[in-house]
Write a protein that binds this ligand. Structure first.
Ligand code: SF4
Ligand code: SF4
Length: 371
């Protein structure tokens, strides 16, 4: 699949427009007061990196690319690497209304909405939410563990801008161990089969952990090709504070090693991540974190600074954009929680925005989108 041309072209136009005329109200810096007052901030002692650091090249032109929308945090699984069900345990029974979800989408205006959670297929109004977002011309990734897909598929209609995104971390044994329940892989595969037969676009989402064998990932993609799966996202997992089992996560050096041969996999299978992001994972180019590119909205509000770590929740998107001390985060910043993070939510936006671009990137990106 890669990204469909309509999405690639639409995104290019959206980026050009916002780079040219970023919304002034999102560029205000109200950090001095809020950052200093934030009791959760972790700052590297001595601020040793601060002196050497270049400011983020887009710090004065902030706008979102993908809205991570979490209508609920309840889930029917308890995966080893999942921070959500642990971090939001106290609000796990709460949900956003469809109106709140659509308001969040309108407020930030990102052209892509990733509906995640929790398990979005547990959300009673998931059909109405999807319809509302499609009516707003959004591209949607409906991220699911696949357990309820066969049951709820009838509430959706195939649409060129709707992608069902199924979480699979390996073949049957590996995946069932990661999600801590037998039979999940089999049910997800049956869900994929049903979705493809009904005419939906289906992609998969794989998290790579320390113990992941990349040969098994090839085996998985080969198997999924027989089912007609349209594309795959793949990214390293990261041990942020809400996840207990830190042993399964990788350092930056581990990630470079793990993704060393990703080009070969990319030649063979339709990977949805951009080639520039893969350069970053291989350690062949540096990118700053652009956490505001993938903002997260959930029952607590706009999550700051990013999808992974939480120092605050804000009531409005404008507050998120103006009150988050963005310069403190990312591996060039002062926060030790960011040191080994290479997650797509922080770095794919940097690739899409052309930060640290090299001669030939445009041709590479175009051929990736066209392939
Ligand atoms: S399926 Fe997703 S939300 Fe549910 S426990 Fe697993 S990772 Fe977390
Ligand atoms: S590097 Fe960026 S995406 Fe990763 S934890 Fe830090 S702020 Fe979040």
């Amino acid at each position: 699949m890669r990204f469909p041309l309509s999405l690639t072209a639409g995104m290019a136009g959206y980026i050009a427009k916002n780079k040219w005329r970023p919304k002034p109200e999102w560029q205000v810096n109200a950090v001095a007061e809020s950052g200093a007052a934030n009791p959760f901030r972790i700052v590297r002692s001595g601020g040793e990196r601060r002196g050497k650091r270049q400011p983020h090249p887009m710090i004065g032109k902030r706008f979102p690319l993908v809205l991570m929308l979490e209508p609920l945090h309840a889930c029917n699984l308890t995966c080893t690497g999942c921070g959500r069900i642990r971090e939001y345990e106290s609000t796990i029974t709460e949900r956003l209304s469809v109106a709140q979800c659509l308001q969040a989408s309108d407020e930030c205006g990102a052209p892509i909405v990733s509906i995640c959670g929790g398990e979005p297929l547990l959300y009673p109004e998931i059909g109405a939410l999807t319809t509302g977002l499609l009516e707003r011309n959004k591209h949607i990734y409906l991220c699911t563990n696949g357990m309820l897909m066969r049951k709820r598929l009838g509430e959706f209609r195939p649409h060129p801008r709707l992608f069902v995104n199924v979480h699979l971390d390996g073949m049957e044994k590996t995946h069932d161990r990661a999600v801590e329940r037998e039979g999940v892989f089999g049910e997800a595969i049956e869900g994929i089969r049903a979705a493809k037969e009904a005419g939906f676009k289906v992609c998969t989402n794989t998290t790579v952990y320390k113990e992941t064998d990349m040969r098994e990932i090839r085996e998985l993609f080969t198997f999924l090709r027989q089912l007609g799966v349209d594309g795959h996202m793949i990214a390293p997992g990261y041990g942020y504070s809400a996840v207990n089992d830190r042993e399964i996560f990788m350092t930056r050096d581990d990630v470079h090693e793990k993704f060393r041969d990703i080009d070969e996999i990319q030649k063979e299978f339709p990977l949805n991540n951009s080639p520039v992001y893969f350069d970053f994972l291989k350690g062949e180019r540096d990118l700053p974190c652009t956490a505001w590119g993938n903002p997260t909205y959930n029952v607590m509000g706009w999550k700051s600074p990013c999808y992974l770590i939480t120092d605050a929740h804000y009531r409005t998107f404008e507050e998120l954009m103006t009150r988050t001390p963005w310069q403190d985060y990312g591996h060039h910043g002062d926060d030790p929680r960011c040191e080994h993070c290479m997650m797509h939510c922080g770095f794919e936006p940097s690739a899409a925005l052309g930060i640290n671009a090299r001669f030939g990137d445009s041709v590479r990106l175009l051929s990736w989108a066209l392939r």
